[in-house]
Design a protein around this ligand. Structure first.
Ligand code: KIV
Length: 275
């Protein structure tokens, strides 16, 4: 079966489906994946969207920011995810400097995400200034998710991973940006690290769904980095992360038990050997 074949009985989620879910008042769920195995687990629980986030640069590659991941790396991870997913919408993050220099470059690079990565949509960070680029992508049929608030690709300008929109001018800028991005054709928007009340106001002013991360319960949907939720990424734990498992601890314990068994020659046993 090719990555584009969806078996009968499984209805893939499209970008416009998410707006319909908002209209119905059904909360939208999304998580990140960078590989086939994780994407498959998420798809099996019928998650609505799988984001191939540029957070891969920190979580998967161990970098301190998202900035240095390349378009080729993102395409590689997106294809692995797309191969696993039969139901969810696969959204690929456009990495830093793959869309900022010009709309033409954004078009070519987003096109590669769709053609080579098999993404169903792309995500771009940025406020109202990025709206004309969004409009060009949407014009040629590429669904775009916006991302405002804490935008990690601007970390050097922001200075730290901190809550955005706390004062009036910055809250007004975020509200204006949300409307401009919706007007430009975004089908949905990530709100990252905003005060819950502001995220609620933005969610109510938009017809497209907002997907919150560290933006409180009034968003139309929620997203987390899966490795955070599973307790696989232990370097730090943001306030908004709830850990549902401690898989790094379990994995360490399992591997240490195996190592002990090998050292004391109880692995492999008779049942695990060929004769
Ligand atoms: O890169 C990422 O994982 C993201 C989410 C945190 C929204 O952009």
């Amino acid at each position: 079966m090719s990555v584009n074949d969806k078996p009968a009985g499984i209805k893939p989620i499209s970008a416009p489906d998410l707006t319909r879910l908002k209209k119905k008042g059904r909360v939208i769920t999304m998580l990140t994946a960078y590989d086939y195995f994780t994407a498959r687990l998420l798809d099996e629980i019928s998650i609505d969207g799988v984001l191939v986030g540029d957070s891969a640069n920190m979580v998967f590659y161990g970098e301190k920011s998202t900035l240095s991941i390349t378009l080729d790396q993102m395409i590689y991870h997106t294809l692995a995810v797309a191969r696993a997913v039969r139901h969810a919408l696969v959204i690929a993050d456009m990495p830093f400097m793959s869309y900022q220099a010009s709309a033409e470059e954004a078009l070519r690079n987003a096109g590669r995400m769709i053609k080579e990565g098999r993404a169903g949509a792309v995500k771009l960070e940025g406020g109202e200034h990025i709206a004309p680029t969004v409009a060009r992508l949407v014009e040629i049929g590429i669904p775009v998710m916006g991302h405002i608030g804490l935008v990690p690709q601007s970390i050097h300008q922001l200075g730290a991973f901190k809550v955005q929109g706390r004062d009036d001018p910055s809250a007004e800028y975020l509200k204006r940006s949300a409307l401009a991005l919706q007007e430009a054709g975004c089908f949905s928007m990530v709100l990252e690290m905003l005060p819950a009340e502001l995220a609620g106001d933005i969610s109510r002013q938009l017809t497209i769904p907002t997907i919150g991360i560290g933006a409180g319960p009034q968003c139309d949907g929620q997203i987390l980095v899966t490795n955070d939720l599973l307790g696989l990424f232990e370097d730090f734990q943001p306030k908004f992360v709830r850990r549902y498992a401690h898989l790094a601890r379990e994995a360490r314990e399992a591997c240490a038990r195996w190592m002990e068994d090998v050292k004391n020659r109880t692995y492999p046993g008779e049942d695990e050997s060929f004769h």
